[in-house]
Design a protein around this ligand. Sequence first.
Ligand code: ADP
Length: 626
Amino acid sequence: MKNKGVPSLSKSLKINFKAWRILFKEYPHILLSNIFVAIWGALSPYVGIYLAARVIDELSSGKDKNTIILLVAATLVAEAIIALLTALLKKYKNTQSAGMYYKIENIYTRKLLNTDFATVDDPKTQELLTTIRQNRNGGGWGIYRMIYDVEQLVSALFSALGGISLTITLFTQAVPENAGDFVVLNNPLFIIAIIAAMVIITCTAPLLDSKAQSYYAKLAGTLNLGNRLHGHFGQVCAEKRYAEDVRVYRQHVYCEKYGNDKTTTFGTKGTFSKYSKGPVGVLFAISAAISEVFTFIVYVFVCLKAWAGAFGIGAVTQYVSAVTKLSGSFSNILRTFGEIKNNAPFLQLELDFLELPDKLKSGEEHVEQLADDDYEVEFKNVSFKYPGTDIYALKNVNIKFGQGRKLAVVGRNGSGKTTFIKLLCRLYDPTEGTILLNGKDIREYDIIEYERVFSVVFQDFALFAMPLGENVATSAEYDMKKVEDCLNKAGFSERLASWKDGLNTVLYKELTEKGVEISGGEAQKIAIARALYKGAPIVVLDEPTAALDPIAESEIYANFNSIVEKKTAIYISHRLSSCRFCDNIAVFDSGEMVQYGTHAELLSDKDGLYSQLWNAQAQYYNKKED
Ligand code: ADP
């Protein structure tokens, strides 16, 4: 996904305003601190310029000792106050801007958490977010650049104001009538011609800069890909998880080959280099040269007026500095408008993401608190297609379960088992049909209350690099006894006893040396304990023993009833032997529920899929060693 070309200035400004509002709402002090520093930084140099000119004037004309002492003292005091306030403001800005990368990431994260899962899971959303991050990391485009542009624009505007106030008299102070040919300097046409020349040069340099920048903006897609490839090949061989494979298959040779290729995007014969040596380099060089012509004109004009007696020698330094600053400020204003335009398409991508529709529509109904967790779920003619696909992942599923029953859902990989759970948990809404909880469409319930009905262990669950107890309780405050009890039920008590810090033991080593690495099976037990701690009336375990060794697996089966107690439980597995203890078994195939019944009933249907799967697995387990 590339940016779609540079929009007009007014459209670009609208896009920037929208992004400013979003950033201001989340982190007002980032923008405020940048604006204050910009204003102060723009105006304060003029104090020094003005006072220095007065000192030089006094030295070259009046030479009054007391006035000179007073002016020097005023200059020193003013400079000291300026330095102090500058330091304070910079400190404020640095504090606010610290961790900016993560602050901006936080804005994305909050959006992801407030957006419904179907949108987050949509490949288009993921691609959009990847592009936004690449634009930021590769070219500094997007909100990052917007913050910089705000600072530049405010600084340039205030600097221009300061410059104007110190420059006006350059044009209004006339040379004396007896100055001979120099009198031409008073001629309004001459003054207009000088101002016109200055304005033309002032405008040309930033326009050339902006044109040069626009090449980079247009190349963003190519540069992003280049960054992605460089990032990938530059780091992949150093990553711990690839360490064994890289060595065994000598994969670093690929990476070196990529790194040494001069024709890659950032190679000396690549796209970036071609543009830098070509149009971009030429435009930047002309822009810099033109600025020097401006300085030349200013010096000549100011010196001629001073020579002719329009003002004293001190004013020469004031005017040269002020006019140069004024011109620089105008250039910066134009340059920043150019940047604002170039950045707008990248900001628009961020707005596209941040303006994605929020959460799945929540209903208003309360979920009843039923005694004995007596909840009943029914799927009525439920079909579902994932966003962006034409294939049914679930087809016309009809099933009713609940009231403390244990349901096993079995089937080959890709048969729709996990999708069934995702719909049940309202991560997605059905494409067709209805899911009912206690007779009411689940879309009518308040979504937060509905989510509380389920404790789920997904296959790809995530534990954080935080203390064990906090992981189980998903909170910093927790009931120790209850956490220990849940870990015990999940078969983790022995391992817990071996850790001297107990529930305070930090998982993984990402954040602390003292962290412990755990196996996949141990992680799965902790995830089961977390589901139990939540204490929801319906427990869902998706392949809960896939990463466990046979002993741990048999422990979980043996304790299954005590683990889930009287709760309704849904148990997904493709190891059929583990489903026998369930009251009913639903067999899925290609998105359809093809069989439903008890283990004995399903096994008695010799031609049924369950029988086939059962016999295939039994054969495998019964096979004698050769
Ligand atoms: P199971 O849990 O039985 O292995 P799933 O429910 O995960 O099967 O998948 C059912 C079908 O839906 C498969 O064809 C799978 O490729 C597809 N599928 C699963 N997740 C997604 C997704 N996020 N986007 C598109 N298709 C998906």
